[in-house]
Write a protein that binds this ligand. Structure first.
Ligand code: NOJ
Length: 742
């Protein structure tokens, strides 16, 4: 009797599980689920940060009250804790150790925005692979990256962690990073689970202030903010993370539409959805629930599998299930996702990490890959009179600026595990590159980027006067970009502008290198410099990369992944904007308007009186030491039928003196549609190598799907009609061809 009752209970429990896990993994999950108590299930849903009471931590593990940890980064320690989970808990379910490994663990690659500036996804994949190899050696099996939020607001500090403003570019880079982190097989010792974050709309944060509200119409959500996440899901990303923000009033940790309707049902995603740190509890502060119990219920019902540091599930889920407010079926579906991830990671078979000595950090190969990413991620914005590259004919060089020799700052944000002493700065790298051939006089001028004390500028000016060429390294310290590091003024901070003006006054050729976490409004300084390289925060090898670029051992090939505004008031400013009914024309700037002008004496079009209509630099822009010419675009057909493709081609010639790389960019415009469409949309790109004088034909295939958008009924469609298509060197130039979708 007792046995048949147990059998009946097991049957009823199993019947409540979705039969989605087939084969031996499915059997193992089912078997575990039937054995797990409710408390053990809730324990799996609980993610904790390390705290400084080892005995208490060990007891928490022993009691099955935690499923994963974040921020434990020591192989020995994680093995000890894992041993308790595996050997001393009732069911021996292993833990996962997670960490924010964003653009490197020890060997730091450029910030993600700098990686996107390479337009070479292989380099981002390399970066994630190196990060995974290094982090996994310390016991990490789960990173909270890639961050694939689309953002068009450089005030937002987290733009540093993003791949910039474009949906397609971000989709490609996000997928490449997933591949790099996870490798071919998630259970390999050097693979770590990736996490597509922050789901969703976080980058649309109102006024560029972190954690702020967003208001995103569904068509824009689907056209702009979600495709990078869908691409990550298709690339097999092991987890997603909820964003902190609310969209249209609903915080992501309570967003059933996003997390269930779209992620699970539409996309069929079966990985883990983790909350952001405390984001379940923060729903109280958002004002959408009364207390933590209410928040726990909303989180579970919105399909948030893992509670990172809200303690909502551990404190309240048991009573919610017992009272029938949350069904056990909901809990089982969640635990199934978590167990599946642990199995995919191979943790049941290989729970421990091999304790290595020495650790595989900073290998020559990893450093070389980091350097290549920093080379290709630097964008040449200006090069008057071909000042760059310098040669050793420059006999005396002044190296100035607060970022010229700052090992920590060049690493950028999110480098918890980096050791700045491994960073090679521009000053050190240039000294090493030129040896005795060029004499260097170094004078920082300002001690750090926010420094307002101008006393050091005089010495910097003296150094500049004595030199043939002046290199000034300016930008932002690492601490003023990243999470919660938003700026309402995105000029160069401190007295850097004054420093540059003083250097300009010496009349010496001036090269400005910007090392920053965001696009900065550098219009004034741009005018004062003869050449400008925008390098973002380039990581461990930023110095050697910049030295090679400055001295012509490498040729710049970076392109902007984000628009640089002239003034902060232009934000949001991005290339894929709508035309409006009154596009800018006959721009009269404020100082050109006669005193007493009548209201109708100047035009009525869409621009700013003080900033005009253009950014300082547009998306996709970037110069080379060489030059390229593009022939007119040709099409395999001027009609695109359903289910068919057309080939778009053009010839690109390297018309300059250097062998170099160029990024050919494919843009389209849907000329007439049921909803107004962007003036240009990036659909593909290719980085090609061209020897001096060489011509190559570049061809892209274009199909229906690439032309589709969500219409007012939220149906994704390609509408018949005329399209323009460009293959161009950036988002503004080139002559379009036209075809008709029939
Ligand atoms: C908060 C951040 O928003 C998220 O990106 C990060 O992964 C978590 N904290 C964990 O550190």
């Amino acid at each position: 009797m007792k046995n048949s009752l147990l059998l009946l209970i097991s049957f009823l429990l199993l019947a409540s599980f979705k039969p989605q896990d087939k084969g031996s993994m499915g059997a193992k999950i089912n078997s575990l689920l039937t054995k797990m108590t409710l408390q053990e299930k809730i324990g799996q849903m609980n993610q904790l940060n390390e705290w400084n009471n080892s005995a208490e931590m060990e007891q928490t593990i022993r009691s099955g009250s935690v499923g994963s940890f974040l921020n434990i980064v020591d192989a020995k320690k994680s093995n000890e804790l894992q041993r308790i989970a595996v050997e001393e808990t009732r069911l021996g379910i292993p833990l996962i150790f997670a960490r924010d490994v964003i653009h490197g663990f020890k060997t730091i690659f450029p910030i993600p925005l700098g990686q996107a500036a390479t337009w070479n996804p292989q380099l981002a994949e390399n970066g994630a692979r190196v990060a995974a190899m290094e982090a996994s050696a310390a016991g990490i099996k789960w990173t909270f990256a890639p961050m694939i939020d689309i953002t068009r607001d450089p005030r937002w500090g987290r733009i540093a962690e993003s791949c910039g403003e474009d949906t397609y570019l971000t989709s490609v880079f996000g997928a490449a990073m997933v591949k790099g982190f996870q490798g071919d097989n998630l259970s390999a010792p050097t693979s770590i689970a990736a996490c597509a974050k922050h789901f969703a709309g976080y980058g649309a944060t109102e006024s560029g202030k972190d954690y702020n509200t967003t208001w995103i119409p569904e068509v824009q959500l689907r056209d702009v903010y979600l495709p990078s996440f869908k691409a990550a899901s298709e690339a097999g990303v092991a987890s997603f993370m909820c964003s902190f923000n609310d969209i249209n009033g609903i915080p992501s940790s309570a967003n059933v539409h996003l997390n269930k309707d779209i992620l699970r049902k539409e996309w069929g995603y079966n990985g883990v959805l983790v909350s952001d740190w405390g984001s379940i509890q923060q729903m109280i502060s958002h004002g959408v629930c009364t207390d933590l119990k209410n928040a726990a219920k909303m989180g579970v019902e919105a399909g948030v599998d893992v509670d990172m540091m809200s303690f909502a599930y551990t404190n309240h889920l048991e009573s919610l299930v017992k009272s029938g407010e949350v069904s056990i079926k909901t809990v089982n579906a969640i635990v199934r996702n978590i167990l599946r991830l642990k199995m995919r990671l191979g943790l049941f078979e290989n729970p421990y990490v091999k304790e290595q000595n020495p650790m595989p950090y900073y290998t020559q190969e990893s450093l070389q890959k980091a350097k290549q990413a920093a080379i290709e991620g630097a964008i040449l914005l200006k090069n008057d009179n071909n000042l760059l590259p310098l040669t050793t004919a420059t006999k005396k060089l002044a190296i100035i600026g607060p970022l010229s020799d700052s090992q920590a700052d060049q690493l950028g944000t999110w480098c918890f595990d980096a050791e700045p002493e491994h960073s090679v700065t521009p000053l050190k790298a240039i000294q090493q590159l030129v040896g005795n051939e060029v004499s260097i006089i170094a004078e920082k001028g300002l001690t750090y980027s926010r420094d307002k004390n101008q006393q050091g500028i005089e010495k910097a000016v003296d150094a500049a006067k004595s030199a043939d060429v002046v290199l000034v390294f300016v930008g932002e310290e690492a601490i003023i970009s990243g999470e919660a590091r938003c700026r309402a003024d995105i000029n160069l901070p401190g007295a850097q502008s004054e420093l540059i003006a003083a250097l300009k006054a010496t009349g010496k050729p001036l090269v400005m290198v910007v090392m920053a976490g965001r696009p900065l409004t550098i219009g004034t300084e741009l005018n004062n410099a003869d050449a400008v390289l925008y390098a973002f925060h380039g990581g461990t090898m930023a110095g050697p990369a910049l030295a090679d670029l400055i001295f012509g051992k490498a040729v710049p090939s970076g392109k902007l992944p984000v628009t640089i505004p002239r003034m902060v008031g232009q934000i949001p400013i991005y290339y894929a904007h709508k035309m409006t009914g009154r596009p800018a024309q006959n721009i009269d700037l404020i100082d050109s308007i006669p005193v007493g002008a009548t209201q109708t004496s100047i035009g009525f079009t869409s621009y700013y009186l003080d900033a005009g209509d253009s950014p300082l630099f547009h998306f996709g822009y970037g110069l080379s030491y060489s030059s390229f010419s593009y022939s007119d675009v040709s099409l395999s057909s001027n009609k695109l039928q359903d289910g068919k493709t057309i080939t778009v081609s053009c010839n690109i010639t390297n018309t300059g003196k250097y062998d170099a790389e160029e990024v050919a960019q494919l843009y389209i415009r849907d000329l007439v549609a049921s909803l107004a469409r962007p003036v240009r949309e990036l659909k593909d790109f290719r980085k090609i190598h061209l020897k001096a004088g060489e011509t190559k034909t570049v061809s892209f295939m274009l199909n229906n799907e690439q032309l589709a958008f969500y219409n007012a009924n939220l149906v994704k469609r390609t509408e018949p009609g005329d399209f323009q298509v460009w293959i161009s060197t950036d988002s503004q130039s080139g002559k379009p061809a036209t075809f008709r979708k029939i």
